[in-house]
Design a binder for this molecule. Structure first.
Ligand code: PAF
Length: 275
């Protein structure tokens, strides 16, 4: 497995592999079995798989948890590289912040996400977040020139915004969604689950339980807008029913239910299709 830290190394590797189908798994590190499933999907239809590991400061606001992100802990990068080696990855690109943002992050050109998809859910709750996500992705897409890139459906709004950027900027990359993987309690796999105590893990399982309960009530014919109000909890940041493509608010099937919740230090998100 190749391990690169410089842009020049990864672009050189890509020149040498230009006849092959390369799949990219973009990550911020703290890799877990959820990433393992993205890799499994990528293996089905590609010649080579590259994982990038880059905790991206541009997508965190001042009052968010960037400095405590689990992949920044001592020894975390070595663990992530070992994880990739075990998964049979061909290349890992793990640059330092200075390599990606040589002039810092304050005065750079950023991508403005599609406003219709942006101004709700996490886009509304985390101003500037998706500008940071799309900007860093556009950079890595440029360095690596992948044929395909894989995104987990847990971050469903992110997946839609990335797909829209690919379309709007005429990029030739296939963006593929991968189903949410869960712990046995139903909690969606996430790097942020590392922040949870045993007790908080039990509470976190309520997020998926609430989605399932709401789904079954909506399938019985109850209006989605009423159900999300009735089942809302005080630690939910939002609980909304929206269209899976436009993200407009929706009462009738098919629709998707979205929750963001704060439990201790962790901000957890999850969603479920109702159709
Ligand atoms: O979903 C993530 O882990 C990040 O937002 C991504 C796509 C790697 C961009 O930093």
């Amino acid at each position: 497995m190749k391990v690169f830290s410089k842009i020049s190394e990864v672009t050189e590797w890509r020149k040498l592999t230009n006849q092959q189908t390369v799949s990219l798994i973009p990550t911020m590190g703290a890799l877990h079995q959820g990433h393992g499933f993205l890799i499994e999907e990528a293996k089905k239809n590609s010649d080579l798989i590259i994982v990038y590991i880059f905790p991206n400061p541009l997508q965190f606001s001042k009052n968010e948890d960037f400095d405590e992100y689990p992949s920044l802990l001592p020894g975390a990068l070595e663990k992530d590289i070992e994880f990739c080696r075990k998964q049979g990855i061909d290349a890992v690109f793990a640059p330092k912040v200075e390599e990606i943002y040589p002039n810092g992050i304050k005065k750079i050109t950023t991508v403005e996400p599609n406003p219709q998809l942006l101004n709700c859910l996490c886009g509304k709750a985390r101003p500037g977040h998706f500008q940071g996500v799309l900007t860093v992705l556009l950079k890595f897409f440029n360095f690596i020139q992948p044929n395909k890139a894989f995104f987990g459906e847990k971050d469903y709004q992110q997946f839609l915004l990335v797909k829209q950027m690919i379309y709007d900027f005429n990029l030739h990359i296939e963006i593929l969604p991968v189903k949410i993987r869960r712990e046995s309690s139903g909690l969606a796999l996430s790097s942020r689950n590392k922040y949870l105590s045993d007790e908080q893990k039990i509470q976190s399982a309520e997020i998926h339980q609430t989605l399932e309960e709401a789904k079954s009530l909506i399938l019985q014919g109850k209006p989605a807008s009423k159900i999300v109000k009735e089942l809302n909890k005080d630690y939910f940041e939002y609980f909304e029913a929206r269209d899976s493509e436009t993200l407009e608010k929706k009462d009738k099937l098919p629709l998707r239910l979205f929750i963001a919740a704060r439990i201790g230090k962790a901000r957890l998100i999850d969603n479920i299709v109702v159709e």
